[in-house]
Design a protein around this ligand. Structure first.
Ligand SMILES: Cc1cc2nc3c(=O)[nH]c(=O)nc-3n(C[C@H](O)[C@H](O)[C@H](O)COP(=O)(O)OP(=O)(O)OC[C@H]3O[C@@H](n4cnc5c(N)ncnc54)[C@H](O)[C@@H]3O)c2cc1C
Length: 335
């Protein structure tokens, strides 16, 4: 239905911020809008984290908020709030703008200045003139199903932040992030001994560029590939004077190996990684830098709203942010 179409706005996340963005865009006369949501319904964070019957406050945590845009809500229970949102989406005529079960990992600007937001067989490449990131703060990277023994947890990571020069590192995963972490570590030239482990015998989920760099580096002996075998468990490898202990990785084929660090790239993203991967500058608390009058980030045309910009967010604040972002976008699309 939307194959290779260029949208005016693509919104990532269908929480309060994403819903308000879609409605504000409609009211501003912007029709070509798509909201991509990883869950199978809107307001997923609220469905999952609010207790049944919880009162939804407007002035959340005592902070007074005035609505500045067109989207508002009446204080009520969780269930009534969700009904209010269903009704607002329906009445604004934006129900068909929401695409569920669609996880986005980053928003990248291509050489035509358009934002490219993932691509899959069904929907083709999703392109947009402007993008609004409304992913909240609750995102988490996926974890493997086996246990992480507490002793070695500091050595089990989900990004490269903690990798030290000279370490023996295992990167686990077969997607683009795993590939980029593995060859990225080689490119950093900090003396790391890098292995990539993927449970399938072939790399099938990586884009062709990442795949070819990875395979070339493997051919040249710059990194090792351990393909076609999954990890059974990880356990501490005790050595005198080494704390925390190194990680003994036990594979399902009965082999094992010792690593200083294991970096998991199994899909799912933390909000900070999402922002960084999209080229947005973040401060020491992982909050994006943005213009508070327009919500635009350092990447022109890319906006961040709601909880992802602040740890003191609320529904009303997310609604207000959406209004500011869409007003700015409407002005720029016209101009
Ligand atoms: C327990 C609890 C109680 C609260 N009570 C109140 C209250 O009474 N009143 C109030 O005003 N505020 C309350 N808040 C805060 C309020 O819920 C948030 O400020 C608000 O939901 C923020 O909206 P958002 O759209 O920025 O983010 P979220 O509500 O977190 O929505 C983000 C959406 O993006 C989706 N998403 C995330 N990552 C991706 C991705 N990579 N690809 C695609 N989709 C993605 C998520 O599934 C989610 O649907 C409460 C918060 C909590 C945790």
């Amino acid at each position: 239905m939307i194959k290779d179409k260029v949208y005016d706005i693509v919104v990532i996340g269908a929480g309060p911020g994403g819903i308000a963005s879609a409605i504000e865009a409609k009211l501003a006369g912007i029709e070509k809008v798509l909201v991509l949501e990883k869950a199978d319904n809107h307001s997923d964070m609220i469905r999952k984290f609010y207790k049944p019957g919880k009162r939804v406050d407007k002035d959340w945590q005592g902070k007074k908020f005035e609505f500045i845009g067109n989207v508002t809500f009446e204080e009520c229970s969780k269930e009534e709030y969700l009904e209010q949102m269903d009704k607002k989406i329906e009445e604004a005529g934006v129900k068909d703008k929401f695409l569920y079960n669609h996880h986005v990992y980053a928003v990248a600007k291509n050489s035509d200045g358009l934002f490219e937001v993932g691509a899959d067989k069904e929907h083709g490449v999703i392109l947009a003139k402007k993008a609004i990131i409304a992913i909240g703060r609750m995102g988490k990277p996926n974890k493997p199903s086996y246990r992480f023994p507490p002793k070695i947890r500091p050595r089990l990571n989900f990004n490269l932040d903690k990798v030290q020069p000279g370490e023996k590192v295992l990167v686990v995963g077969g997607g683009d992030t795993a590939g980029e972490y593995a060859y990225g570590l080689v490119d950093m030239d900090i003396g790391c001994d890098v292995t990539l482990n993927y449970r399938r015998p072939e790399i099938v989920r990586m884009n062709p560029t990442n795949k070819s760099i990875l395979l070339k580096y493997a051919d040249e002996g710059k990194l090792k590939l351990k393909l076609g075998v999954d990890i059974e468990s990880v356990e501490p490898y005790e050595e005198e004077g080494v704390t925390p202990p190194k990680v003994k990785v036990n594979y399902k084929d009965g082999t094992s190996d010792i690593f200083d660090r294991v970096v998991y790239a199994l899909g799912g993203t933390s909000p900070v990684d999402f922002l960084k991967n999209s080229g947005i500058e973040v401060n020491e608390w992982g909050e994006p830098k943005y213009n508070p009058d327009t919500m635009e980030t350092n990447v022109p045309g890319l906006y961040t709203i709601g909880d992802v910009v602040t740890s003191q967010g609320s529904i009303a604040l997310a609604f207000n942010h959406a209004y500011l972002a869409v007003q700015d976008i409407a002005k720029k699309l016209k101009g």
